[in-house]
Design a protein around this ligand. Structure first.
Ligand code: HEM
Length: 455
């Protein structure tokens, strides 16, 4: 019934026919972003996409997205496509469901309250300054750096310091080496069967080995804290102090591992990519880069970036928001319907996958005029007041929206501002940088840049 007329009782919405049995799975595997973009362009707000055994529905109208993520969120779980992520993160905040998720979310929430964020500002700036000290050398010798690797390292240092009150030291290398292997494999096998991911082929062995190494880093963070017994009033302390109301038991090491792993990975990669894409976009708009530097000079002057400055860094914030629109690091997510639903007048049967793809929503011409154009003014107060809330979803929305939204924006603004005070960044010319949709949207093959000290 693909493409049936809308007047039929509960027809499926229109969509590409695809192959027998597989549907559009081959297209989704080879180029998911193009497949989703084309589908929305061609068929509109809601598209039926048969993906192997599943009925899939791509929704890109803000009202429908609000329905799924917020108003009727109880009818949805994370989709089976999160299984690969679950293999790595276990049953942590990002992947757990229902009562257990709610308990963990409530437990973690205070770590993200405003006064906690204020207290984290200093650590965010210090970690950035350590990176900038290293950059002095690169600037003096004319060496180029890979901005993606640099942003990854600084956001990782920040998440570990703010949430777990520690430094990874030599273990940082393990995270930097293993996470890309894991991220890549999860991205590659997103649409694969369990068999494909468990066969003893080299790619799966590399994944398993990398995960064991990463696990050892995470277990060490937990063991060190247990040993020290100190209450750092950080997220780790909050998790360690929780007791089951009935049994009085604390969280098991495995559960702690899942939460720490989730925060470690969800809490740094996305922000580092947001920053990387921002520099990529600014390279095409050097005048906006200069205006950011002016704003930073005006607001911060010779001082040290601090929490109270952030509200005044208006352009810096809008540039980040525009970058999150064009290259949302969490480029797509999906849900499984637990019962029948109706979206935009169409029946969505129980067991369907609903795709919410920020990359597509953020480029819908009817929501974002001239969507490919980089224009931070889209985030001025007037423009924002006329746009539906769910037209802009880099952090998702509803109860399962990103817990680290404010943290990430604060951190990214502070990093951009700290850099702008001391350096000008020039991308090495003629790089062929493309978005690569793994779990996150990465600039492939990286972003090489030259650093120039500001006079
Ligand atoms: C620019 C940076 C970031 C982006 C674009 C981003 C994006 C997202 C998105 C889209 C979701 C919802 C996924 C879904 O609905 O399936 C999410 C959830 C989540 N994010 Fe973020 N995130 C960012 C930064 C952070 C940071 C800094 C942290 C932690 C410090 C964090 C921790 C989490 C967690 C734990 C969840 C799961 C929340 C739940 O289900 O209760 N994220 N993020």
């Amino acid at each position: 019934m693909i493409g049936a007329a809308r007047s039929d009782p509960f027809p499926f919405p229109p969509g590409p026919r695809g192959y027998p049995i597989l549907g559009v799975l081959p297209q989704l595997r080879s180029d998911p972003i193009r497949t989703f973009l084309d589908a929305a362009d061609r068929y509109g707000d809601i598209v039926h996409l048969k993906a192997g055994p599943y009925h899939g529905f791509l929704i890109s109208n803000p009202a429908d997205i609000k329905h799924v993520l917020q108003d009727n969120a109880r009818n949805y779980h994370k989709s089976p496509l999160y299984q690969r992520l679950k293999d790595t993160l276990g049953n942590g905040l990002l992947t757990s469901e229902d009562a257990f998720w709610l308990r963990q979310r409530r437990l973690a929430q205070p770590a993200f309250h405003r006064q906690r964020l204020v207290a984290m500002t200093d650590a965010m700036v210090s970690c950035t300054e350590q990176m900038l000290e290293r950059w002095e050398h690169a600037a003096a010798t004319g060496e180029t750096v890979d901005l993606v690797a640099e942003m990854m390292a600084v956001t990782q240092a920040i998440i570990v310091r703010t949430m777990f009150s520690t430094d990874l030291g030599a273990a940082a290398e393990v995270v930097n080496r293993t996470w890309p292997i894991i991220n890549r494999r999860i991205g590659e096998t997103f649409w694969s069967t369990k068999l494909e991911t468990t066969l003893p082929i080299p790619a799966n062995r590399r994944f398993a080995h990398a995960l064991r190494e990463l696990d050892s880093v995470v277990y060490r963070i937990i063991a060190n804290r247990r040993q020290s017994g100190r209450d750092e009033s950080d997220l780790l302390s909050m998790f360690l102090s929780v007791r089951d109301e009935e049994t009085g038991a604390g969280m098991t090491d495995r559960q702690l591992r899942d939460e720490v792993m989730t925060m470690l990975l969800a809490g740094h990669e996305t922000t580092s990519l947001a920053l990387s894409w921002t520099y990529y976009l600014l390279s095409g708009h050097p005048e906006i880069g200069r205006r950011i530097a002016d704003e930073v000079d005006r607001v911060i002057g010779d001082g040290r970036p601090a929490f109270q400055h952030v509200d005044q860094l208006t352009l810096t914030r809008r540039v980040l928001e525009e970058s999150l629109r064009l290259y949302p690091p969490a480029w797509g997510f999906s849900r499984l319907s637990l019962g029948d639903d109706e979206i935009g007048g169409y029946r969505v049967p129980k067991g369907s996958i609903v795709f919410v793809i920020p990359f597509v929503v953020h480029r819908r011409p009817k929501l974002w005029p001239d969507p490919g154009r980089f224009d931070p003014h889209r985030f001025g107060p007037e423009q924002e007041s006329t746009r539906p809330r769910f037209a802009y979803i880099p952090f998702g929305g509803g109860p399962r929206g990103c817990i680290g939204n404010q943290f990430a924006m604060l951190e990214a603004q502070l990093i951009l501002a700290s850099i702008a005070r001391r350096f000008q960044i020039d991308l090495v010319p003629a790089q062929n940088i493309r978005p690569e949709p793994l779990i996150t949207l990465r600039p492939k093959p990286g972003i090489r840049a030259k650093l120039r000290k500001r006079a």
